[in-house]
Design a protein around this ligand. Sequence first.
Ligand SMILES: NC(=O)c1ccc[n+]([C@@H]2O[C@H](COP(=O)([O-])OP(=O)(O)OC[C@H]3O[C@@H](n4cnc5c(N)ncnc54)[C@H](OP(=O)(O)O)[C@@H]3O)[C@@H](O)[C@H]2O)c1
Length: 298
Amino acid sequence: MKSIFQPAKLFEIRRPKVPSTLVLGGTGRTGHRVVRSLWDSGHKVRIGSRQAEPAFDWEKPETWRRCLEGMTQVYVNFAPDLAMPKARQSITEFTDLAYRMGIQKLVLLSGRGEEEALACEQIIRFSGMDWTIVRSAWFNQNFSEGAFRSMVQEGEIALPTGGTREPFVDVHDVVDVIIAALTEEGHEGKTYETTGPRLLGLEDIAEELSSALGRTITFADIPHDVFLEGIEDMGMPAELVRLMDYLFATVMDGRNEKIGYGVQEALGRPPRDFRDYASMTSLTGVWTPKRALNLVTA
Ligand SMILES: NC(=O)c1ccc[n+]([C@@H]2O[C@H](COP(=O)([O-])OP(=O)(O)OC[C@H]3O[C@@H](n4cnc5c(N)ncnc54)[C@H](OP(=O)(O)O)[C@@H]3O)[C@@H](O)[C@H]2O)c1
């Protein structure tokens, strides 16, 4: 007769099913928020970044194994962008290693309308692990935590959009979807197109920012080559200048002028509007003009 006392089984039943997550880009815009949210809810988290210990560097595959050890799932955030030609090989090699090391789930942050990103998504889909893809529109936070912040500070957004509109999305919504995929069942095998609730031209963005800040922010739709010269003169590395060239010349050609419903599908609620982002962010002081800051610190 079988004993009813089966210690191993009892242990298995009682063992908490808390996953251990490696958060790549764990110091970046989405990553640091993913880390904080997982940490606050009692999950085991490891930050994947060149500054972390152990360090993770996409350029140094020999750093990957140590970061994956003891982990069960990974938030895959490729730097600087999946559109880079080198991304495909890195994602292939990384997913192979993750599979061999027993990782069970991957959640990939991807970009919309980028052929190279689509190729990386396919690698994740056929990796042999559970997967969720969060394919995101451009972030609102590019204007406060990224390349365009200084333009808002200076009062003029000068970008070569040719009038194309984009459904800018709040990073908090993207992160909520990533967290759902990492912590809940039912998101496996799903591709979520996360966008904001409306298409916005840069002149709309300037208007929203002006109204939130109570001062005028203008928009200048500058020629593409003038933009490239400007960022080169500012000292942007050649690799990133090529990325900007690709993003503004190819991806911003109108192909992404449509709303996605990933936030509703994953979370059952609508995405936040740019207006709410602008008014909340205006209170933080990140858009205070540099000359005003100089006066304060002089
Ligand atoms: N910005 C947008 O509008 C947008 C829209 C859709 C999708 N995306 C995608 O979002 C991703 C970027 O995510 P994010 O905005 O959350 O990050 P982010 O704020 O751009 O920060 C980049 C992160 O990657 C890390 N990193 C940089 N170089 C690295 C390297 N060689 N090896 C390992 N880690 C490295 C950085 O940490 P350390 O410097 O500490 O290493 C940092 O944590 C890109 O794949 C992009 O395609 C962005």
